[in-house]
Design a protein around this ligand. Sequence first.
Ligand SMILES: NC(=O)c1ccc[n+]([C@@H]2O[C@H](COP(=O)([O-])OP(=O)(O)OC[C@H]3O[C@@H](n4cnc5c(N)ncnc54)[C@H](O)[C@@H]3O)[C@@H](O)[C@H]2O)c1
Ligand SMILES: [Zn+2]
Ligand SMILES: [Zn+2]
Length: 369
Amino acid sequence: MSKKAKLAFLTAPKTFEFREFDIPETVGDDEMLVKVEACGVCGTDGHEYLRDPFGLCPVVLGHEGTGEIVKIGKNVKFDTAGLPVKLGDKIVTCIIPCGECDACKNTPARTNLCEHCGIYGLMPDDDVHLNGYFGQYLVIRKNSTFFNVSDLSLDMRILVEPATVAVHCVERAKTTGLLNFATKVLVQGCGPIGLLVISVLRTMGIENITVVDGNDSRLELAKEFGATHTFNFMKYPKFDELLADVKKVHNGLGADFVFQCTGSAKAAANAWKYVKRGGGMCEVGFFMDGGECAINHHYDICNKEISLVGSWVYTPQDYPITFNFLKRAVGIGLPMGKLISHKFPLEKINEALETNVSMKGIKIAVVME
Ligand SMILES: NC(=O)c1ccc[n+]([C@@H]2O[C@H](COP(=O)([O-])OP(=O)(O)OC[C@H]3O[C@@H](n4cnc5c(N)ncnc54)[C@H](O)[C@@H]3O)[C@@H](O)[C@H]2O)c1
Ligand SMILES: [Zn+2]
Ligand SMILES: [Zn+2]
């Protein structure tokens, strides 16, 4: 085995530089060394690639990754769910909660709200360097949450991170008490997140799912995942006409529950209009600041008495639910593998990011050779 790990550093917008560092010969008692197998490209990576809005450059991106444990510290015996781990097991990571902030100390079930949360692939460079999945090796530090996923296929492991975002937002939606077999749901936006939300809903037995997007091939794929009605908003010059057609499939009333899965402020303003009186909405689409969005509080919130939940990434507790979801989704015949539309080797990371930002395909993955 080569003694050097090759890493793709984003050094400036649209600029990757490959740098090599020594592969650590030992790890600390609470650490692991992981040989990266693959990593999905996230919309957040696309934003970093284009503009570095988080100010992380130079950075090794890649947080939707998976790999094999090749060195393990003597204290690392179990994963975050309590499953045993050993050399050769395949893992995914979750987060590194700070352990100090209000969320970490007072609401341990909501560490997704940690104020200083570390995420591999979104960490500044430091002495360790092996900090993201767009590199051949990764060091997993003490207090990280991670999971043994040796029983999942590589494609399912690549999907774990975005799938957990979808699982978390459906878990949030369930807290409204509005989701049951008969619920008429509308999913706005069918990128990877929207398609995974549809998949989670289907595994729960929800069958009346309307989808709105501007891309016909994504809408076709949504149908394969079980969407019952699809609407291309680009084909409607006026929103009111689209709304009227969408409402026709909901007895003229509107959807019982809406999942807002776009990062567009305009789309987010429209989402309220689709909800029926007494219905609910989950806003999951803004991991990045998409700007202000117009809402008429009278018509959109008070008068409809909407139950609204926001959703922010995921908690470690959502991961085991996600593993079951992925197995169940495959089990009921959802074409989960189709979510990964492109695979690139690490050397073609530029092409992988360009494919992501040009919205070609669905989930783009970097796969090590
Ligand atoms: N809350 C969280 O923790 C979290 C985590 C991950 C991602 N996200 C966010 O979720 C969003 C979706 O992620 P993705 O990877 O699926 O992104 P994506 O960009 O691939 O998909 C968004 C989809 O929305 C569609 N769209 C745009 N305007 C629309 C409109 N007016 N009506 C209907 N559809 C419209 C686009 O055609 C596209 O297919 C992103 O904005 C991302 O920032 C949030
Ligand atoms: Zn992501
Ligand atoms: Zn914290």
